[in-house]
Design a protein around this ligand. Structure first.
Ligand code: PEP
Ligand code: MN
Length: 357
């Protein structure tokens, strides 16, 4: 159920409605929008009597939400969610397309710095790299753990890049929440409901990857798990689903982008690296992702892909990433969107951001 407040409702009126909702043992989620605040109600097992809230001051109407997901839905918030990062010009979901680039895994200080310098210069504002790697084989590289997170923190310090890295379980989630700017929940964990709830109690925004066999509804319900715990900064990410096709690692489902945008106010990114698994398909699918209206890209880039400890086959060489950025920048322009320009000295961007604080 959704309590829609009047456009001129005061903060006290919103608070009073929330208190009333919580006095019934339910949870109130006040989501401010451009026109009005809507208060989502969760925690109810059955029907809630609408009349209880309709008569409260400042209330415009009470709507029953028939969809299984509520907080992710455009019913709660008509306009797009934009996630901002204090002290940085970066955002996700705004007119500027967010580009997250970096290696699959953080392998060493040298590797992370070599890649970070190149992707920052090419215009990426976010750096990716797993410190904890969910691998199909227990014998494959599992990540550097906390040392990897420390290297990522140094990358942020040196290049002014915001850090996106994966949490694979509760233990790593607490550490990732401390070190990173965005917590990634991987495809294999999209329905790890206890991890989703814990991410919902974390302080940082969450990048939620679509499970490899998840329907759109399952994907949105996973996001709902995070939001239902009070973390409203959720970014969705399409990374390919499993089909019978064997010319690519996964089948990148770009049609999910407009499908998500119809139903949800959350930003949606595309990961053509995992979506195709093949280096030569990453740039073409990146172009397509921007053309279809994605809010951003997550791209694997490695300084020495042939010796990468994971996902070398799908990692771009830095020069290829430069080219990708030039191409998608032009496509973005056609759609009235922007992508950050290349920067000669990323360290200077860092100090400019810090000075603006
Ligand atoms: C990754 O981003 O490196 C990763 C493991 O992605 P996914 O969860 O989409 O497989
Ligand atoms: Mn990878």
């Amino acid at each position: 159920m959704l309590v829609v407040m009047k456009a001129n409702a005061s903060e006290e009126q919103v608070r009073a409605v929330c208190q009333k909702i919580e006095s019934y043992g339910l949870r109130a989620h006040a989501i401010p929008g451009a026109q009005r605040t809507a208060i989502g109600i969760t925690g109810n097992r059955g029907e809630v009597e609408t009349g209880t809230f309709e008569s409260l001051e400042g209330v415009q109407e009470v709507i029953k939400v028939s969809k299984p997901y509520k907080l992710v839905s455009r019913d709660v918030k008509a306009e797009d969610t934009i996630i901002r990062f204090p002290g940085s010009d970066a955002s996700i979901g705004d007119n500027e397309i967010a580009v997250i680039a970096g290696p699959c895994g953080v392998e060493s200080h040298e590797q992370a710095f070599a890649v970070a310098e190149r992707v920052a210069k090419a215009g990426a504002r976010f750096f990716r790299g797993g410190a904890y790697k969910p691998r199909t084989s227990p014998y494959a590289f599992q990540g550097l753990g906390e040392l990897g997170l420390q290297i990522l923190a140094e990358v942020r310090e040196r290049f002014g890049l915001l850090i996106v890295t994966e949490a694979v379980d509760h233990e790593s989630l607490a550490l990732v929440d401390d070190y990173a700017d965005v917590i990634q929940i991987g495809a294999r964990n999209m329905q790890n409901f206890s991890l989703l709830k814990a991410a919902g109690r974390a302080r940082k925004p969450v990048l939620l990857k679509r499970g490899m066999s998840a329907t759109l509804e399952e994907f949105l319900m996973a996001a709902e798990y995070i939001m239902s715990e009070g973390n409203y900064n959720v970014v969705l990410c399409e990374r390919g689903v499993r089909t019978f096709a064997d010319h690519t690692r996964n089948t990148l489902d770009l049609s999910v982008v407009p499908a998500v945008q119809r139903l949800s106010h959350l930003p949606i990114l595309v990961d053509p690296s995992h979506g195709t698994g093949k280096r030569n398909k990453v740039t073409p699918l990146s172009r397509a992702a921007i053309a279809v209206g994605a809010d951003g890209l997550i791209i694997e880039v490695h300084n020495d892909p042939d010796h990468a400890l994971s996902d070398g086959n799908q990692s771009l060489y830095p020069d290829q990433f430069d080219n990708l950025m030039n191409e998608v920048r032009q496509i973005a322009q056609v759609l009235g969107r922007t992508i950050a320009d290349p920067v000669a000295d990323p360290a200077a961007r860092r100090s400019a951001g810090a000075a603006a604080d």
